[in-house]
Design a protein around this ligand. Structure first.
Ligand code: COA
Length: 201
């Protein structure tokens, strides 16, 4: 997806794009690490609460791409990776939940926010999941991530529960909310083993 957009505040034209990636060039890996660091430093809800060493982040992203059942989507602002989202399927033995998947670790670097990148990542993840026959998309989010909550609720996710002790941030326990969205109607879903492998989607 590529489109030209005009920033609401500064009226500077920017190009945004979202894609699923199978590998990362050295430049893309460095950009992804920088975007991750910026989001973590800002308190971004990306699991880490303190910025890890660069080497740890590089290993994390390289390792992520090697694990079966995991897909990485990146968002680019003017060509540079500025955010990402992950789609994770249950392990193969979990046939009972093979119709579902988890959207997780979605973030956009603070300097790239407000250009529709998170909405684009969500749309790309949903499209890939549908193509893979995934009927239910699950996610969870900290109560403090109000922008994300607004995004997911506006996109049709249903909150089904709240965990009162979901995460610890800056020494404080914060609640988190659990959401799902039905991507494929029940009568269209083909059962637990429906759909091709996501990697081939
Ligand atoms: C949530 C986040 C990913 C949004 O990224 P973004 O690229 O700026 O979002 P978009 O420009 O695509 O905005 C899409 C929608 O998100 C919501 N949103 C984005 N920023 C918002 C804000 N500051 N306040 C309230 N809602 C906001 C709105 O619903 C917006 O739609 P609108 O523009 O029609 O109002 C980003 O703020 C972020 O990385 N936050 C920290 C990490 C996080 O919370 N991740 C989610 C964990 S599950």
């Amino acid at each position: 997806m590529t489109e030209d957009m005009t920033s609401g505040e500064t009226h500077v034209p920017v190009t945004v794009a979202v894609e699923k990636v199978e590998s990362l060039s050295a430049t893309d890996l460095a950009d992804l690490c920088e975007a991750s660091e910026a989001a973590i430093a800002e308190g971004g809800g990306f699991g880490w609460v303190a910025k890890p060493p660069r080497e740890t982040l590089e290993k994390y992203w390289r390792g992520f791409l090697l694990v079966p059942g995991r897909s990485l989507f990146v968002a680019r602002l003017d060509g540079m990776i500025a955010g990402s989202a992950q789609l994770i399927r249950p392990p193969r033995n979990n046939e009972a939940q093979a119709f579902s998947a988890q959207l997780t670790s979605s973030f956009v670097a603070p300097w790239a926010r407000g250009h529709g990148l998170a909405r684009g990542l969500l749309a790309a993840v949903e499209q890939a999941a549908r193509r893979a026959g995934i009927a239910i998309l699950n996610l969870d989010v900290r109560d403090t991530q109000q922008a994300a909550i607004q995004l997911y609720e506006a996109a049709g996710f249903t909150r089904w529960g709240t965990h009162p002790a979901y995460a610890r941030v800056a020494g404080r326990i914060v609640p988190g909310h659990y959401y799902f969205k039905r991507l494929i109607a029940e009568d269209e879903a083909g059962g637990a083993d429906a759909g091709p492998e996501l990697d081939n989607a």
